[in-house]
Design a protein around this ligand. Sequence first.
Ligand code: HEM
Length: 399
Amino acid sequence: MTQTPSEAITFPTGRPGPFDPPERLASLREEGPLVRLAYPDGRMGWLVTGHAAVRAILADPRFSSRRELLNIPVPFPLMQERPGPAEPGLFIRMDPPDHTRYRRPLTAQFTVRRMKALEPRIAEITREHLDAMEKAGPPLDLVRAFALPIPSLVICELLGVPYADRDEFQQATSTLLNLESSIEEIRGAIGGIAAFFARLIALKRADPADDLLSGLIEGGELTDEELGNVGLLLLVAGHETTANMLGLGTFALLEHPDQLAALRADPSLIDNAVEELLRYLSIIHIGPTRAALEDVEVEGELIRAGEVVTLSVPAANRDPSRFPDPEHLDVTRPASGHLTFGHGLHQCLGQQLARVEMRIAFPMLFDRFPGLRLAVPAEEVAMRDTMSIYGVRELPVRW
Ligand code: HEM
């Protein structure tokens, strides 16, 4: 039943524990798959909590990803979109045909062959970080020592950042990813990364190699400005997400020793375990968002043209009509069908890479440190509640 504005809710926050979404999301889902949502500026939209409804909207071209239509204030300042259309190359906030023009050449570069070729390098990068952890000795912060640098170096491999430039690249990206950075510092870091990409693109034009950036340049479809923004998008989309899965995923396994033991007893469960961690943890905890281009009826509710819908991945991934006993982490369940990588046209371009990184990094970590445990009580682990991507700020561990 459609709710009147006075019945509209604001976005539910306040988690009961580190791995569970706000309880209110579940009670709203019981009321119906869509509810009226009041955005902080008073504009009315929708919050979608049912798995089938979230999936249907993500697959429906009548819902737009264009940034100029999505510019709604959200309760989390760091997530607020910049006004106006997306810059050339930032296709995550575009619709076809613009989206298609960028996504197609990139899809052609994200080949199975290239992802396979990265596997030994990902294992090597992981081994180097485990060696460094062993050398430093416990206790240490697993986010800094393991979860953040591994995806960062994997992006370097993918893009073809030369070894000599990796420190500079990581320096620039660490400001971007540092939670303590101010908006001004983040803007400055984006400028620095743009300059870095400009130099890298010039280098690849002069001296192409077998990497993604060289492949895109060779395709000849994108300008330098577009290539730079594509590089930035891959960096931001592929770095923090995977890093938070590694950090929060380790925390979740340490806090569910029966599940960790099951995984240790049967390493072939890793593919399942990765999907289940993606489902259970739902690190994309606020969006995605879409704007209706015309009046659309979804599950009996009329969404008016121009209204913004916030699709709750955590609520959808714990919808009991899709996943039995959804509140439990169960590494043996077939968790495919979760919406953590989205769905439809914008479904995550890097999902296979993210899976490969997790399938390699989790077992190597737990093999190297069989006694891995938290170095502080679980309640003291600081969570990223107010960030667009959920996870741990730090994960102090010992072994
Ligand atoms: C666990 C890790 C990851 C998660 C949970 C994740 C999640 C997502 C989600 C939900 C979307 C869809 C957004 C929308 O519909 O508006 C998306 C898009 C995207 N992701 Fe990922 N991602 C991950 C890792 C990666 C990696 C490793 C890369 C690249 C190296 C990457 C690159 C992208 C790009 C380029 C898009 C935009 C696709 C488009 O608009 O067509 N992601 N991701």
